[in-house]
Design a protein around this ligand. Structure first.
Ligand code: SF4
Length: 360
């Protein structure tokens, strides 16, 4: 069996609350290889942040709970590790960049001191060497006058500068995987482009893998080698970036792509929005969770959760439309797609449930 750097299999995570069980992640599987970027895309509340925080063991237990599944890193099962054992991985093997650098950095400590703490925790070097490494990293992420930045407090810096500091801290111990949770959402577009270029450059130089979480398909286009589209706690489509952008197969992905502004669009036309809201994960619906918002929903969609259908090599969609007996539908204007007959390799044994062949 092919060995990946990180393999997540059938991960199910719930939160036990007074109001009941919230099934935030409902059977997510994916893998990440060395030196690649996997983007997990989806609306707020789809379970993408919970997924990576579970991998990093950052969620308090209770209320969170892994119900099922496996997280395997270089052959080691992470779900079996204690909090203390996991500390060895965080910072050294895994690093994380959060959306809001102001709340992620300690406002009462100078930048340099915060960086040194992380470096000394995982590397057996002297304080002087750690300082040298911190200043070198601040320079590497494009901050002018890194000696001065080293002595500054986070609140005296701009959002873009703080995000660069976060990246420098994250790269301090040459992590194998960088988890980036909406790393550019709080930045303006110019700064966003610079930070994405910086992450790509560091990935190339250090060979770090990136697990990127975002709702912004523009960011995904710039960064991702492979993409997993999440909806209501499940991965509904995954494939490489080309497959998802040039031959998306799932109506939810069509909606996301259709909602992207583009320069050739008539300025008077309204931007497309996916109608409705995601389902309540206290009581996820039977059948396809997207059915209430999907213009192509069939009778089958309301009864049974779709199986995984292979669209092409490495490209999978969880949608009954991929079944040979479903009616052929046309995606909305502006969404690229290949004709159905060019889609090879559907797995055998996938069948539409009874009564599911017509759009009812
Ligand atoms: Fe739409 Fe049915 Fe496909 Fe779900 S399974 S996305 S409801 S067509």
């Amino acid at each position: 069996m092919e060995e990946h750097l990180l393999t997540v299999r059938n991960l199910r995570v719930s939160f036990d609350t007074y109001a009941g069980e919230v099934q935030a992640v409902r059977g997510v599987s994916f893998y990440l290889d060395e030196g690649e970027t996997l983007a997990i895309v989806g609306e707020s509340g789809c379970g993408k942040s919970v997924t990576i925080q579970t991998i990093m063991k950052l969620l308090p237990t209770p209320p969170s709970r892994i119900k099922e599944g496996s997280i395997c890193y270089q052959g080691k099962e992470l779900t079996a590790l204690s909090d203390k054992e996991m500390e060895e991985y965080r910072g050294k093997e895994f690093s994380m960049i959060f959306q809001d650098s102001m709340t992620s950095l300690n406002p009462t400590m100078r930048v340099g001191k915060q960086m040194i703490e992380g470096i000394l925790r995982h590397q057996k070097i002297s304080r002087g060497e750690a300082k040298k490494r911190a200043v070198e990293l601040l320079g590497k992420v494009g901050l002018p006058n890194p000696e001065l930045v080293y002595r500054r407090y986070p609140h005296t810096m701009s959002g873009g500068q703080r995000q660069r500091v976060m990246i420098a801290m994250a790269m301090a111990c040459n992590p194998k995987i960088l988890f980036a949770d909406e790393p550019t959402t709080a930045l303006d577009v110019t700064m966003q482009a610079q930070i994405l270029d910086l992450m790509n450059q560091l990935k190339k130089e250090l060979g770090t893998s990136i697990l990127l979480i975002t709702h912004d398909l523009g960011v995904v286009a710039k960064m991702a080698d492979r993409i997993a589209v999440m909806y209501a706690g499940k991965v509904v489509e995954y494939g490489d970036a080309r497959q998802i952008f040039y031959n998306p197969c799932h109506p939810y992905t069509w909606g996301l792509l259709g909602a992207m502004p583009n320069l050739i669009q008539d300025v008077k036309s309204e931007l497309y929005a996916i109608p409705g809201t995601p389902p309540d994960l206290y009581a996820p619906p039977e059948g396809c969770a997207f059915a209430a918002r999907c213009p192509y929903a069939m009778g089958a969609c309301l009864k049974l959760d779709p199986e995984e259908y292979v669209c092409s090599d490495g490209h999978v969609s969880r949608c009954w439309l991929m079944d040979e007996r479903a009616e052929e539908v046309t995606p909305p204007d502006g969404v690229p797609t290949l004709p159905r007959k060019s889609v090879p390799g559907k797995p055998s044994g996938n069948t539409l449930p009874e009564g599911g062949t017509a759009h009812e």
